[in-house]
Design a protein around this ligand. Structure first.
Ligand code: WQD
Length: 355
């Protein structure tokens, strides 16, 4: 936790979940330093954070593979803790370019951990994913469910979790780490100024569906209607992005300090409630106020029938739970998408100030 004199470093802080988390940190009067390589994000997200919070954001365009630049940020600021979002996150893409995923998601994270160790910064919140569970034996999924990733993206998350665990297991290492396994982030900031800003064709359901609603996509392809579920379409646990962001603040506040390190602990960040794809189409259609076009096609390789969280551990240990209901999540997504039909792409000038 950043003390009065130290800052929280947020990597990937211009991204979807990172930017919403920076807002919650600033609203909690935390001192924040943001780095992002802007490969998958726009600097406009930083400007929107400043508009929403009324606070200036300290930002550096840094690639985690540039260890020297990373070290300079730690030398320029008194960093007390790190929340690490920076990385590539598309399941399908990871099967096409696995080496890039292993390089950025693992080498980049190892550089970050090495610099933290050098600078004696031992409080770490890691952006993990429910995809580490693969096709779980038990629903809802507890954190004790076996880790069985089925794609390179998921494996990078699973391998990094093991690296962090090993660091924390070193005698007298004094590390405190929270591994946050997200289920399906959805929705947007209630201001309508910030939301998911996927480059190109969205991989994920809700951003694709919202682009159907604004006429950017003709219709949604629903991947499979032959799953063993109430309506045959797959079930996921869609968690509002603001709830998810607040989960990071809660985890940060629970991290131990060097005198009382907590070691490495994993938490599911989900609602505990599963929704089918057709239920999500209906919920978002209700927010838009008209039916949305879709067609049923074959299953997508690698998809599983159901990923629904058991969020009990986060509730009891982090004193956190998701509270935003699905209709509000869909309304926030529609508010964001209808106000920003091209996401953050249209905004003037993307170059951040010289770092
Ligand atoms: C949700 C459901 C699809 C698109 C992945 C990652 C996870 C996280 C979120 C990063 C599934 C169906 C989707 C479409 C569809 N990413 N779908 N048509 O696959 O559950 O999770 O993204 O952290 O780690 O694994 O999310 O939104 O792609 O799919 O029918 O055009 O919607 O089959 O059932 P997923 P998703």
């Amino acid at each position: 936790m950043s003390s009065s004199s130290s800052s929280v470093l947020v990597t990937g802080g211009a991204g979807y979940i990172g930017s919403h988390t920076v807002i919650e940190l600033l609203n909690d009067n935390q001192s924040v330093v943001v780095i992002d390589n802007l490969i998958n994000a726009s600097y406009e997200a930083i400007r929107r954070i400043e508009r929403i919070t009324g606070k200036k954001v300290t930002f550096y365009k840094v690639n985690l593979l540039d260890k020297k630049a990373l070290l300079e940020v730690f030398q320029r600021h008194s960093i007390g803790s790190v929340i690490h979002f920076g990385g590539l996150k598309a399941v399908g893409e990871s099967s096409r370019i696995p080496l890039d995923y292993y390089d950025i998601n693992m080498t980049g994270t190892i550089h970050l951990l090495q610099v933290m160790q050098t600078m004696d910064v031992k409080q770490f919140v890691f952006s993990s994913s429910a995809t580490v569970y693969g096709d779980p034996p038990l629903i809802p999924i507890p954190e004790t469910s076996p880790l069985a990733s089925t794609n390179p993206y998921g494996r990078t998350k699973q391998f990094v979790e093991s690296i962090i665990q090993d660091i924390c297991n070193v005698n007298n290492s004094n590390w405190s780490a929270a591994l946050l396994r997200y289920f399906n982030p959805a929705g947007a900031h209630p201001s309508g100024l910030l939301g998911e800003n996927p480059l190109g064709v969205p991989n994920n359901l809700m951003p694709y569906l919202s682009q159907v609603a604004i006429g950017k996509r003709a219709s949604l392809s629903i991947y499979g209607k032959d799953y063993p579920t109430k309506d045959g379409t797959a079930i996921r646990d869609y968690i509002n992005v603001v709830d998810l962001a607040k989960g990071h603040l809660a985890a940060l506040k629970k991290l131990g300090d060097s005198k009382n390190p907590t070691g490495c602990v994993a938490y599911n960040l989900g609602t505990g409630h599963g929704s089918t794809v057709l239920e999500m189409v209906q919920a978002f259609s209700n927010a838009v106020g008209r039916p949305l076009a879709y067609e049923i096609v074959d299953r997508r390789p690698g998809d599983v029938a159901n990923l629904t969280a058991d969020p009990t551990k986060a509730k009891t240990e982090l004193n956190w739970e998701a509270t935003i209901q699905l209709d509000e999540t869909c309304a926030s997504l529609w508010h964001w998408q209808s106000k920003n039909p091209n996401g953050l792409e249209d905004c003037p000038g993307d170059a951040p100030p010289e770092s």
